[in-house]
Design a protein around this ligand. Structure first.
Ligand code: GDP
Ligand code: MG
Length: 734
């Protein structure tokens, strides 16, 4: 089959991507040789595309058509003398102004030109926006965006090039550079002389010839002299006169004036088609950075942002938290009233709903926290935070970047561990993963709140703050330790990028927030569900417990007692038509029954598998001042830290919502401020929850690090809690 053949030449500045495009188009069908007479490489290739045979020629790079180097002469001679069917001018879109200089000159010759705005990706990342339609309109030629090294836009480019080659329209004259009046009249005069005296001698159009001659172009002049004899000499004579006049007029060589005017033309185009958000953005960013990364005030501002983030997380999160709590309670009550008593009901209410409910309640907090973190990231502030923390993080041989996952660890260790993916070095990643669980996660807060409220209510804020700080110190100490033992090695140097600040887009913030929230729900959801069922089973079995008291009989006794009271009251209130007295009696009765049931629950728990595990573990916790109930609570905390509180609620035989009651029960159990402190420290430091451990396994890719993390954190917690408790006893603090 014989196709119509079209010659397409690729012109453009050096490094604009000509060869890249050439290779993309021709693939292996290339012929590499030299341009005649010189050692400049000539690349040609023929491909069949869209029903045509396309002959592609890769020209040497050139900045203008005023030739200085051999490469530039070759490129110019080729476009002027061989006259390809189409010339693709490959423009470095990230450097539009410089590229357009050649482009405006190509526009002056009689050649069909199409623009490839290459490096479109670079332009975009630099915040350059080019209005291709406008550019196409202004210069009256087709414009196509391309990304050479990704082979994007090349097919469209070829299609447009073929269209252009096949179009019959005249090459537009009107979109060329218009020079100032004196120059234009000199060009016109010279054009007339050329047409009269040497018409057809040179293969160029007369306007272009006139322009080049006025510019004193050596090569064009030589050709005129060579080919046109006497007439040529006349023309040279005329040029000299015209140039002299122009030099008089402008006090400058005409070529310099014309170059200036071309740049003026280009400046006009740029103004119309190019929007540079970067330049402004970079300036604004720099100004913002003067404040936000300032040596002295940057840090307090950073602390303020963090404080505000937690403030928002907990204060704003409290509302939806309450709704969810009510919702979970409602569901639980619904099942309670509808389902007949059975093991399944027990599993559903006390296992699944209680377990999953206690975690889902933290979803609002976590979503808000993730929203704030997405806000920091999307605005570009996160990298400033990393920058600020860099010096401090170097104390443990880490970069400021590691601070980001650690910060997220205050919210939840699971996304924090996953966030270490942004760290390049494997050792940095493992080190950060190992210390992140020491950042006190939000699930530990309910435990502190109960214990601090019970024993340190006067100095609650200070104690709480101290615990958080203590976690940070533990992270740093461990980090140093690991860096000098297990994970030796200098941190790889790297440049901290400070991308320009950007206005965040709500949609992107919400997407980021939801992506992480979803992960939390999915990962936690599954694990919590399993864990809750296991804990429930351990505390629900064995079923046939020998109770020390006949609780059923006690309840029956209470019922009988109140039965008579209610009857008496009914008589009285019938006269007074007042039913409130009766109501209060009923409430009294219900409370009494509840108390008996709770005592039964406590005994049941004590005699369950969980209770026996707790009692077996008791010797381990005794040196820390923690009794068997605290021990069991801590063990259940493996599933999720917030379960510690609900387990304590069950073991100390009080409804967990009644914080007051739990506090009283804890005090009467013999716990002291010192043992409470020891317990809080243990909660802060000991093994990460199930979900975090799963994340550690996934992110480090090894069971070794997972088990190491479990063993290290737990023994560290034990040693510290032991030291605090025994040390406290020694100095007489109790
Ligand atoms: P030439 O001098 O015009 O032949 O330019 P080359 O084709 O050799 O390209 C110069 C460099 O730019 C090479 O490293 C290419 O991989 C790269 N390059 C080419 N096109 C693009 C593009 O669209 N985007 C980016 N980012 N790089 C490109
Ligand atoms: Mg090249």
């Amino acid at each position: 089959m014989h196709h119509k053949s079209i010659t397409i030449a690729l012109a453009g500045n050096p490094n604009s991507g000509k060869t890249t495009l050439f290779n993309n188009i021709t693939g292996t069908r290339q012929k590499v040789g030299n341009w005649p007479g010189v050692t400049v490489e000539k690349k040609e290739g023929i491909v069949s595309k869209h029903g045509y045979d396309l002959k592609i020629v890769d020209l040497p790079g050139t900045y203008s058509l005023t030739p200085f180097s051999v490469e530039e002469i070759i490129a110019r001679d080729y476009v002027l003398e061989e006259c390809p069917d189409v010339l693709i001018d490959i423009i470095d879109a990230s450097n539009l102004e410089r590229s357009l200089y050649l482009a405006t000159q190509l526009r002056e010759i009689d050649c069909k030109v199409i623009f490839a705005l290459n490096m479109a990706d670079v332009a975009r990342t630099r915040g350059l926006k080019i209005d291709a339609e406008k550019l196409s309109e202004l210069l009256d030629l087709p414009v196509v965006f391309t990304i050479g090294n990704k082979n994007e836009g090349i097919d469209t480019l070829l299609q447009k090039a073929i269209e252009l080659a096949e179009s019959k329209s005249e090459i537009s004259q009107k979109r060329r550079v218009k020079y100032s009046k004196d120059i234009e009249s000199s060009i016109a005069k010279l054009q007339r002389s050329i047409e009269k005296k040497i018409a057809g001698i040179l293969p160029y159009n007369t306007r272009w010839t006139a322009i080049k001659l006025l510019e004193d172009d050596r090569i064009v002049k030589e050709r005129v002299v060579q080919k046109a004899g006497d007439n040529g000499q006349d023309i040279i004579q005329e040029i000299q006169e015209l140039r002299k006049k122009l030099i008089d007029r402008f006090d400058e060589e005409p070529e310099i004036v014309m170059t200036d005017e071309r740049y003026g033309f280009i400046a006009g185009i740029i103004k119309e088609v190019l929007t540079t958000s970067t330049k402004n953005r970079i300036d604004i960013s720099r100004n913002i950075d003067l404040v936000l990364t300032h040596r002295f005030i940057g840090f307090p501002i950073f602390i303020f942002f963090i404080w505000a983030m937690f403030q928002l997380t907990f204060s704003l999160g409290a509302y939806p938290m309450e709704w969810i709590d009510i919702g979970v309670g409602g569901i639980s009550a619904l099942f309670e009233s509808f389902l007949p008593d059975s093991l399944l009901k027990d599993l559903l209410i006390n296992g699944i709903i209680a377990g999953v409910g206690s975690v889902i309640i933290f979803l609002p907090n976590i979503l808000i926290l993730f929203f704030c973190i997405a806000l920091f990231e999307d605005t570009g502030y996160m990298s400033r935070a990393a920058f600020l923390m860099d010096k401090i993080m170097h104390l443990i041989g880490l970069h400021g970047k590691s601070f980001i996952p650690m910060l997220m660890g205050f919210g939840c260790s699971v996304p924090a561990v996953i966030a270490t993916r942004t760290l390049e070095s494997e050792k940095d990643r493992i080190l950060t993963i190992l210390i992140t669980p020491f950042m006190s996660c939000s699930a530990k807060l309910p435990v502190y709140i109960i214990l601090v409220g019970t024993f340190f209510s006067a100095k609650a804020g200070t104690v709480l703050f101290t615990i958080y700080i203590f976690g940070i110190i533990a992270a740093f100490v461990s980090g140093r330790l690991f860096r000098s033992t297990l994970l030796k090695g200098a941190d790889a140097p790297f440049v901290m990028e400070l991308p320009p600040y950007r206005a965040p887009m709500l949609k992107s913030l919400l997407i980021h927030m939801w992506d992480r929230g979803k992960m939390f729900l999915k990962k936690m959801g599954g694990i919590i569900l399993i864990g809750s069922v296991v804990i429930w089973a351990l505390s629900a079995f064995p079923r046939n417990i020998q109770y020390s008291v006949d609780y059923a009989a006690e309840i029956a006794g209470v019922n009988a007692l109140y039965e008579t009271k209610i009857k008496a009251s009914a008589k009285a209130s019938a006269k007074a038509s007042d039913r409130s007295g009766m109501q209060s009696i009923q409430e009294e009765r219900d409370a009494a029954i509840k108390k008996i049931k709770l005592a039964q629950d406590a005994e049941k728990m004590e005699k369950s598998f969980m209770g026996s595990i707790g009692k077996k573990l008791a010797p381990l916790f005794a040196p820390l001042g923690i009794d068997w109930r605290g021990g069991v609570a801590l063990v259940t905390g493996f599933v999720a830290k917030e379960i510690v509180v609900s387990t304590m609620g069950i073991l100390y035989a009080v409804e967990e919502e009644e914080a007051d009651a739990l506090q009283k029960a804890i005090i009467s159990s013999g716990m002291t401020p010192l043992s409470a402190l020891s317990m809080m420290i243990f909660v802060l430091l000991y093994l990460p929850c199930f979900a975090t451990i799963a994340a550690i396994k996934r992110e480090t890719g090894s069971f070794k690090w997972m088990f190491f993390s479990i063993a290290y954190t737990t023994s560290f917690a034990w040693v510290v809690a032991f030291s605090v408790y025994q040390g406290g006893k020694l100095i007489g603090f109790n």
